[in-house]
Design a binder for this molecule. Structure first.
Ligand SMILES: C[S@@+](CC[C@H](N)C(=O)[O-])C[C@H]1O[C@@H](n2cnc3c(N)ncnc32)[C@H](O)[C@@H]1O
Ligand SMILES: O=C(O)C(=O)C[C@]1(C(=O)O)C=C[C@@H](O)C=C1
Length: 243
């Protein structure tokens, strides 16, 4: 069965309103994210390979902001170590309810716990892998340092954090270029000018991107030994940080 198409911003909306992860968004999310985030499918698949490499027996793997469980399932389908547990966390009841149904249809054996909560309230412990794929960008700026520091403390030595984000660029020309290329990518995927513009207005004060330098600095301050970009396409990047 094909995925429902995202047409949420196709018609003129008097007031755009703020973007939220409600039932309407959850319903079309697989189509929305694939047509909106360059490299999304690759990032999810490679999250599975990173998890396979860094998971240790008896450890926890966290998928913070799990939405419909794409990263949870990529990890689960690639894990080889015994006694692991994947903990998917999302504060959107609409996402988590759908996520449960999707995970239930997967038969791989690693245990999966799905928790409907703010990630800032979930204890991170005994972790080998912590994934935030396009989630930190929605967390208030004031608490991001604390979130990353708590993840660091909850990781076993040798564990990793994978962080995928929309990013900004220090140079104004390169920033404008990458924003424009992203919009061109969306139009090439069938979104109209109006859809791109209305979505942009809806996420403007909700999705707060930072520079790669800010992310790396935060990871270093939290204690991570090393962190760098392993994937980037335009203004979307994924980093891996090593404890
Ligand atoms: C862009 S989606 C993530 C996509 C997902 N990781 C994937 O790769 O398919 C962002 C998700 O983060 C969730 N989220 C945002 N802020 C959160 C928070 N403070 N705590 C938990 N979940 C949060 C949203 O509900 C949403 O489902
Ligand atoms: O920047 C955009 O246009 C986006 O749609 C990006 C983005 C994201 O990065 O999470 C924003 C909201 C939706 O979750 C899907 C994609």
């Amino acid at each position: 069965m094909s995925e429902p198409r995202d047409t949420l911003y196709a018609d003129p909306l008097g007031e755009t309103g703020l973007f939220t992860f409600d039932d309407q968004v959850a319903r079309v999310f697989p189509d929305m994210i694939k047509r909106s985030v360059p490299g999304y499918t690759t990032i999810i698949a490679m999250t599975g390979l990173l998890a396979q490499r860094y998971a240790t027996p008896g450890s926890n793997l966290y998928d913070l902001g799990c939405s419909l469980g794409a990263s949870t399932l990529a990890m689960r389908q690639n894990l080889r170590e015994p006694g692991c547990r994947i903990i998917g966390v999302d504060n959107s009841p609409a996402m988590l309810e759908r996520c449960r149904n999707i995970v239930d249809t997967d038969t791989h054996e690693t245990a999966v716990d799905l928790v409907c909560a703010d990630l800032e309230n979930v204890a991170i412990e005994n972790a080998s892998v912590v994934v935030l794929n396009f989630t930190l960008q929605f967390v208030p700026l004031a608490i991001r340092d604390d979130v990353i520091a708590r993840i660091y403390r909850g990781l076993r030595p040798g564990g990793i954090m994978v962080l995928s984000e929309k990013v900004t660029f220090e140079d104004p020309h390169l920033d404008a270029l990458n924003i424009d290329l992203h919009h061109q990518f969306k139009r090439a995927n069938g979104y109209s000018e109006l859809e791109v513009a209305q979505k942009r207005a809806a996420i403007e004060h909700v999705l707060l991107p930072e520079t790669l330098a800010t992310h790396k600095q935060r990871m270093a301050s939290a204690g991570f030994q090393a962190a760098d970009v392993w994937f980037q396409c335009f203004n979307f990047a994924s980093l891996v940080a090593l404890k």
